[in-house]
Design a protein around this ligand. Structure first.
Ligand code: SF4
Ligand code: SF4
Length: 213
């Protein structure tokens, strides 16, 4: 399968992207059928624009959810921990059916599922702030859940929203950090939160000074 890495984003996608301008001219159901086939067929890049009337809405309708690629693996992994109550985000009847079927026949944590979990872990480990906010509040009011992942957001989300005066003021608060360590102690992912904030702030300042992203 031919792939292409998009500039400096580190995102690698199938070399056939889906241009979603024409789906403005078909019904929502027909668009959903096409988009689902594209995704299931291996396309991983979908191009749309605010100016394409309802194109974004149709993509959202067709492709939302799907964050859990293999619910049996997720279920089997969490079933190991008797004290954990998983809360599955469900918005489609098919997703509900999947989890209901596990009530009768719980999937076991076999080698295939374990390998899937390990591959996901490999991808997501490291200094990756999930924005969960479990480390907050910060005694000096740093908005850690947004500021500690700014480098990621500024490259993956609409950039203008990350560069507003309000956001610049929030990032500037990182300079007030007391290095009390409260946040790192509460981060369930073991992140060195104060260091992560510093790194994100440095990157942010360089971007404000003109560094290309
Ligand atoms: S180490 Fe800094 S960011 Fe973390 S809680 Fe303390 S003051 Fe806030
Ligand atoms: S530093 Fe950890 S606890 Fe805080 S928002 Fe990021 S991932 Fe969540």
């Amino acid at each position: 399968m031919d792939t292409v890495t998009l500039g400096r984003t580190g995102l690698t996608v199938n070399k056939n992207g889906f241009g979603a301008l024409p789906i403005q001219r078909v019904s929502r159901e027909e668009a959903a059928r096409l988009l689902t086939r594209a995704l299931e067929g291996g396309m991983t890049f979908f191009d749309t624009a605010r100016a394409y009337s309802d194109s974004e809405e149709k993509i959202g309708y067709a492709l939302s959810g799907r964050l859990i690629r293999d619910s049996t693996a997720a279920y089997a992994w969490l079933a190991q921990y008797p004290e954990v109550l998983p809360i599955w985000g469900i918005q489609r009847e098919g997703e509900l059916d999947e989890f209901l079927s596990y009530v009768q026949e719980p999937p076991a944590l076999d080698q295939r599922r374990l390998s899937l979990i390990q591959a996901d872990r490999q991808q997501l480990q490291g200094s990756f702030c999930r924005g969960c906010g479990y480390c907050m509040p910060c005694p000096v009011g740093i908005e850690i859940n947004n500021c500690a992942r700014m480098s990621l957001m500024i490259r993956r989300a609409p950039q203008a929203a990350q560069l507003t005066e309000e956001m610049q003021a929030k990032m500037a608060k990182i300079a007030d950090c007391l290095h009390c360590g409260q946040c790192a102690a509460k981060c369930p992912y073991g992140l060195d939160t104060p260091k992560l904030l510093e790194e994100n702030y440095k990157d942010y300042q360089e971007i404000l000074a003109g560094k290309p992203v």
